[in-house]
Design a protein. Structure first.
Length: 665
């Protein structure tokens, strides 16, 4: 810098002009016309530089980490790249250089080195093609270590700038770039899986690995553990968040630079949204090593470099149970201080990835602080907290509030419902660990059909099953599914199944015969496309991993092929007189004041109503009683039944109401 300033002074005609750099006079123009361009210094290495390099060699030999040299190796910089970087860095660490660069730029307002000044300081002519290439396409620019600003200017006058994150790194700051705050994911170490094969691949120098994960396995956990075992840190980036920002490519380049700066491996999760952002995906994969985690097959457009493909194994029931117990701070026998919790039974219905298990356990412990102790219900709340909201936009969510004691059904029907709950609870052990449904791409789901007349308890039974399993109940609204346009119904159903795949819940298709109907002989185009819809559903049901319940009033309308694929079929009968007494008693409840003249036995014997109609009549009787003093009497019950008959379109005969007919007046 001293040599270049001295050379400038020799030919400066007006060194004391206070307006220097703000105008050009004739003398200055003549000097420019007579000159030969920008001065170039000889690239000489003095004794002080040699001494600094020798001291650096000794420090590295002693085991110290020199960030400039580490950065040079990570980004494959040569000597000229390092010199250009140091020139641009000078004004970041010494304020004197700002004024000196203003003098050399012949403009006191431009306080960063221009490309011409930087090349001159490095002893490279401005007309050098290799020198210009370094500032336009070299590793400094590609790696994000140097920014050449003001692209509207000719290259010699463009200022050079080192990003703040690079300056901070070279000065000892390890905090990640603030621009990455929205795309970085916690890289906590979860004790699951065997990363041995992946560690061997990384040790062999594999630059790109694709980990395809199943619903209960975690490529992210394996990637983080493998990088730690290989002596590297892990920078976990959410691909979906990268795709959602206004400038995905810039954020992707920043993430790749951060990984190279810190020497960490880059772990990219949620890569599917990046399919439509090829430039961003390629920018992410510029780091090394890169471990990409996805659920689909590798897309060759993501990178020109072929990856090492590795399938992540699913977690077993025993592994997840152990992880639950460790994360909850419980002993392996499922007990701790206070009331014991059967961890295996409580958590069996939830198909979660290992990192989801640890998060759900933290949520459960936090929830337990409200009640003073951890219970099974806290564990269920924590597990349900991992459910996304995608399904809520497509189906109606019901938080189950009824149990087995609320059902009034024959013993064989109750047994079938308990079988549905048992299958859902242990499906991963039977179908996954024991492989009782191998081949064909079949899922680990459970499908049941609830068939019976309206009001016989199908929807309530689905709610009871969900409550037993600790799951939410989602009722699919057919109005949002069925579409008159060809192919749209299938698309809507696919959105529902895809949304349910990531949610631990019970999926209830009410009035299922509308979409799971019987195929017919093709007589016109309508029959053909209706059969295509049914064929799609047949295939989709086999690959579904959740718990689906189909409810219908018309079992005969369900296609036989669906019946074969169902695990349990439950027929709901119309309640008999004894069951109707229990239904009346439970529907009126214990909080409603009841007059002694209420004869529930007469109501059960005289009025053949299903459970839904009895509940509706009980609510009507409560409203009538609230208007008439607050106590339910027989006149209110009879009036409610009369109105329910009228609503159902049934005849109201005096003989059926007996001696209570007079109360209707």
């Amino acid at each position: 810098m001293r040599a270049l300033v001295a050379r400038r002074r020799v030919g400066d005609p007006q060194p004391d002009d206070p307006f220097r750099g703000l105008y050009l006079n004739d003398e200055t123009v003549d000097r420019l016309l007579a000159g030969h361009g920008t001065e170039v210094l000889s690239a000489e290495v003095d004794d002080r530089t040699r001494a600094a390099e020798q001291a650096a060699d000794a420090a590295e030999a002693a085991g110290h980490v020199l960030r400039l040299r580490t950065l040079t190796r990570a980004f494959a910089l040569d000597d000229l790249d390092v010199e250009l970087l140091l020139v641009a860095l000078a004004c970041e660490v010494d304020v004197r250089f700002e004024q000196l660069f203003g003098y050399l730029n012949d403009d006191v307002t431009r306080r960063r080195p221009s490309a011409a000044v930087a090349l001159a300081l490095c002893g490279v002519p401005l007309a050098s093609a290799s020198g210009r290439h370094r500032l336009q396409h070299g590793p400094l620019v590609r790696g994000g270590l140097l920014e050449v600003e003001d692209p509207d200017r000719p290259l010699p006058g463009r200022p050079l700038r080192v990003p703040d994150r690079v300056v901070g790194h070279l000065l000892g700051d390890d905090a990640p770039d603030p621009a990455l705050a929205s795309v970085l994911v916690d890289d906590e170490d979860v004790p699951w899986g065997d990363p041995g094969r992946l560690v061997a691949a990384l040790s062999a120098g594999a630059p790109l690995v694709y980990l395809r994960e199943p619903p209960t396995g975690s490529g992210r956990v394996l990637a983080v553990r493998a990088l730690q075992a290989a002596g590297r840190g892990a920078l976990v980036v959410d691909g979906a968040a990268v795709a959602a920002v206004p400038d995905p490519e810039t954020i992707a380049r920043t993430a790749a630079r951060e990984a190279l700066l810190t020497g960490a491996g880059l772990v990219v999760i949620g890569t599917e949204p990046l399919t439509d952002q090829p430039r961003a995906s390629r920018a992410l994969l510029a780091a090394s090593p890169v471990l990409v985690v996805g659920r689909t097959t590798w897309d060759p457009t993501w990178s020109e470099w072929p990856p090492l493909l590795l399938d992540v194994p699913p977690s077993t029931v025993a592994e997840r149970t152990t992880l639950w117990q460790q994360s909850l701070g419980r002993s392996t026998d499922g007990s701790s201080d206070g009331d014991p919790i059967d961890t295996a039974r409580t958590t069996a219905p939830y198909l979660l990835r290992p990192e989801q298990v640890t998060r759900a356990a933290r949520a459960a412990r936090q929830q337990a602080t409200l009640d003073g102790g951890l219970t099974a219900e806290h564990v269920r709340v924590g597990a349900r907290a991992e459910n996304g909201t995608a399904l809520e936009r497509l189906a109606r969510r019901i938080e189950p509030a009824v149990g087995w004691d609320d059902l009034v059904l024959p013993p064989d029907v109750l047994g079938s419902l308990q079988e549905v709950a048992t299958r859902a609870r242990f499906r991963e052990q039977v179908l996954g660990d024991w492989r009782m449904r191998p081949g064909g791409g079949r899922g680990h789901g459970v499908a049941a059909l609830f068939a019976g007349d309206s009001g016989t308890g199908k929807t309530m039974s689905a709610e009871v099953v969900a409550h037993e399993l600790g799951l939410d109940l989602y009722v699919v609204d057919l109005a949002t599914v069925v579409d008159k346009y060809i192919g749209e119904t299938e698309k809507n159903l696919e959105r529902i199944f895809a949304g349910a795949a990531g949610v631990n819940a019970v999926l209830l298709f009410d009035e299922a015969d509308a979409v799971f109907g019987r195929r017919s002989e093709v007589k016109d185009a309508h029959d053909r496309y209706a059969n295509i819809e049914s064929a799609y559903l047949l295939q989709r049901m086999e690959t579904f991993d959740g718990l689906a319940i189909l409810a219908t009033n018309l079992r005969a309308n369900i296609d036989d092929a669906f019946i074969r694929r169902l695990d349990v079929v439950v027929d709901f009968p119309v309640p008999d007189a004894g069951q109707r007494v229990a239904l009346w008693d439970r529907s009126l409840g214990v909080r409603v004041p009841r007059d002694p003249d209420v004869d529930l036995t007469f109501c059960a014997d005289a009025f053949e109503l299903a459970g839904g109609a009895i509940r509706s009549a009980a609510v009507t009787a409560a409203y009538l009683a609230a208007q008439d003093g607050g106590t339910v009497a027989m006149r209110h019950v009879v009036a409610a039944v009369y109105r329910e008959y009228r609503k159902l379109g049934r005849l109201t005969l005096p003989s059926e109401f007996g001696h209570y007919w007079s109360l209707l007046a």
